[in-house]
Ligand binder design. Structure first.
Ligand SMILES: [Zn+2]
Length: 291
C-alpha cells in the first residue's frame, strides 16, 4: 500500500509479505535466521520496487561478511520480487531481545548496494556500509545517506517451529522536504511505542491499519494498493539460451561427460533438466549461431 500522511508531508508504504516470504522459504529451504534475513530484504525490496515506475527494476545486494553470504533481491514496480542467499542453511539462537539473530547471520562488515535500472541504459547506484546487519536500520541509513530522504524502515519476519513463515511485513516512512518538527516528533514517539511490524501482521492488521498505527488514524490517505508476490523471470528458454551461448564444443563436452545437463536458477531454485537429445539440438543451434 502506498499512502500519504500529514497533508503530503509524509510518504508511506506498508506491505504484508507472509506469502511472498513463505514462497522464498519453500523454494530455498532456508533455516529460520536465514529466512528472517532474506524475508526482511525481500520485504524492503518489494516496497522499494513500488517506488519505481513502468518497467524500471531494482536490485539489492547485501554483503555483510556474515555466514549467510550474499543476499540478492530483485524487484519491480508491479509488486514482483525474487531473491536468494548464498547459504540458506544458517540458524542461530535467538538474540538478547528474543528475536532471530539476523545481524549475526548477515554480518556488519560490508556494503548494502542498490542498483536501479531506469531503462535506456540509465542506472542509479547507491551504496552504504552496513551499520547494523538487522537490515531495517541499514535501509533507513541507505535512504538518508544515499538518496537524501530521511526515512524510517521497519521489516520483520516470524518463523514457525516447522520453519514455515508465520508472518512477514514491513513499512517505509519518508519525510518530504519541509516536514514540520511537530509531525516528526509525533511520528518518532509512535515509532518508539508500536509493536514490531511482524507482530502487527501476525495479529491480522491490514497495511492500512499498520500505517494508522504508525501515523495515527485519520492522518493516512491511501493512494494505491497492489498485490505482492515472489515471481521469477527465469524460463526453460532462458536456460537453453545460456547453454547455447557456451558454444558447440562445450555442449559436446557435456554430452560426452555427463550425457545430460541440469541447471538451477539462483533466484528461485527451479531446476531445468536437458536430455542428451535436447543437448544435441542445442548444439546444432550453437553451430548455426556461429555460422
Ligand atoms: Zn528463477
Amino acid at each position: 500500500m502506498k499512502a500519504l500522511a500529514y497533508d503530503g508531508q509524509v510518504r508511506a508504504y506498508a506491505a504484508r509479505t507472509t506469502e511472498t516470504v513463505g514462497e522464498a522459504q519453500r523454494r530455498h529451504q532456508t533455516w529460520p535466521t536465514a529466512s528472517a534475513a532474506l524475508g526482511r530484504a525481500l520485504t524492503a525490496g518489494v516496497m522499494m520496487g513500488a517506488m519505481l515506475k513502468g518497467d524500471e527494476t531494482l536490485t539489492i545486494k547485501i554483503d555483510g561478511g556474515g555466514p549467510i553470504g550474499t543476499i540478492l533481491v530483485d524487484s519491480n514496480a508491479k509488486g514482483e520480487v525474487r531473491g536468494y542467499v548464498t547459504n540458506p542453511h544458517v540458524h542461530f539462537e535467538l538474540n538478547e531481545h528474543g528475536k532471530l539473530d539476523v545481524a549475526r547471520a548477515v554480518g556488519k562488515n560490508g556494503m548494502l548496494t542498490v542498483v536501479k535500472d531506469l531503462g535506456l541504459r540509465d542506472f542509479f547506484t547507491g551504496q552504504v556500509p552496513i551499520i547494523s546487519g538487522e537490515l531495517g536500520e541499514d535501509f533507513t541509513y541507505y535512504f538518508a545517506s544515499s538518496e537524501q530522504v530521511p526515512s524510517s524502515v521497519g521489516v520483520g519476519v516470524l518463523v514457525n517451529p516447522d520453519h514455515t513463515i508465520l508472518a512477514a511485513g514491513g513499512f517505509i516512512l519518508q519525510l518530504m522536504p519541509g516536514t514540520e518538527e511537530k509531525t516528526i516528533d509525533q511520528i518518532e514517539r509512535r515509532l518508539q511505542t508500536i509493536p514490531p511490524v511482524s507482530r502487527m501482521v501476525e495479529s491480522g492488521l491490514t497495511p492500512e491499519e499498520i500505517l494508522e498505527e504508525l501515523l495515527g488514524k485519520g492522518n493516512v490517505k491511501v493512494l494505491e494498493t497492489l498485490p505482492v508476490a515472489f515471481v521469477c523471470r527465469c524460463s526453460r528458454e532462458r536456460i537453453a539460451d545460456a547453454l547455447i551461448s557456451l558454444g558447440a564444443q562445450e555442449i559436446q563436452d557435456i554430452i560426452d561427460k555427463e550425457g545430460y545437463a541440469e541447471a538451477s536458477c539462483h533466484f528461485c531454485n527451479e531446476t531445468y533438466h536437458f536430455t542428451k537429445e535436447e543437448l544435441k539440438q542445442l548444439k546444432q543451434l550453437a553451430d548455426a549461431k556461429k555460422a
